[in-house]
Design a protein around this ligand. Structure first.
Ligand SMILES: [Zn+2]
Length: 301
């Protein structure tokens, strides 16, 4: 049984608070773990959330501000200390290579794990894995920032009623799935389309084309909403979104489950973010992220 869930390690923008750690998120996608934007303290939050260094196969950093990357030093050393048996791949804006180098080699330690550096310099596909394609899109922030998107290829779901009608059972089910036809019966006759799942991670940006492209048709969209709508001018100045803007993006993109995070410490009432995203017309599932919550990806449509 494949597990797809989003584990929230931290939700604070800029500085941690008593209730929120710096950013940090782990997406479990079948057998793989993708760590997004590990801020300071991520290693300890992983412990609290039941995430092990072994769970990490890929690291995606949107940009090199401290709340999205200071945790790299600790997490990379921990991956090596624990002797993670598989290679780990890191994606981050190419323009921040010097920051990545410093964080990777912040202090002395013994390197035991193969960490592949795959910096992102432009929009496009970064990786094709068995169950997803990973893409990056440029965002709009004072330092270069990229959002990430996982797209599962569309597939087909077998329909027991149709299989029965054509008398296909046992090992023949697997055969028609693999080969596309069996004794003159096509796969299409015994199955229905199964749209692939889509997940996007959109962090530190103003509204821009990249935000819409990443969000389009997502089953789950994780998006920053640093500010509330009354501070929209501040948000634009600093290259951030408001809760209402995030809600509108999700509404227009047909998102099924919206996860708001990366909150400024100036606000004390998390429910205000939900109210403003709803007021913008978003009607799907909505989570105002809190540290250490786990959010399953929505069941397939
Ligand atoms: Zn940030």
């Amino acid at each position: 049984m494949s597990v797809r869930e989003f584990v929230v390690l931290g939700t604070a923008s800029q500085v941690p608070t008593r209730h929120r750690n710096h950013n940090g998120y782990l997406l479990r996608w079948d057998g793989e773990g993708i760590l997004f934007d590990p801020g300071e303290g991520t290693q300890r939050q992983m412990l609290h959330a039941g995430v092990a260094a072994h769970d990490i196969n890929r690291i995606c950093v949107t940009h090199f501000h401290g709340d999205h990357s200071l945790g790299l030093a600790g997490v990379i050393q921990r991956i090596n200390l624990d002797g993670v048996p598989h290679p780990v791949t890191a994606h981050y804006p190419a323009s921040g290579q010097k920051f990545f180098d410093r964080l990777r080699y912040a202090t002395a330690y013994r390197e035991t794990v193969r960490l592949a550096e795959e910096p992102v310099a432009a929009d496009g596909t970064l990786a094709r894995a068995a169950s997803y394609v990973l893409d990056a899109r440029r965002l709009s922030h004072p330092v270069e920032s990229f959002g990430y998107r996982l797209t599962e290829p569309d597939g087909r779901r077998m329909v027991p009623r149709l299989l029965a009608r054509h008398g296909i059972k046992g090992p023949d089910v697997g055969r028609i799935q693999r080969e596309g036809r069996l004794d003159g019966i096509t796969l299409e006759e015994v199955s229905e389309p199964k749209p692939g799942q889509r997940f996007a991670f959109v962090m530190d940006t103003r509204l821009c084309e990249g935000v819409d492209a990443l969000a389009e048709g997502c089953d789950m969209l994780v998006i920053e909403s640093t500010f509330l709508d009354e501070d929209a001018a501040l948000a634009t100045d600093h290259g951030h979104l408001t809760a209402g803007q995030a809600g509108r993006v999700a509404r227009d993109a047909g998102v099924r489950h919206l996860v708001l995070t990366h909150f400024s410490q100036r606000y004390t009432d998390p429910s205000a973010f939900e109210r403003q995203a709803r007021a913008a017309g978003f009607e799907g599932e909505l989570t105002v992220a809190a540290d250490l919550v786990r959010i399953p990806l929505p069941k397939r449509a």
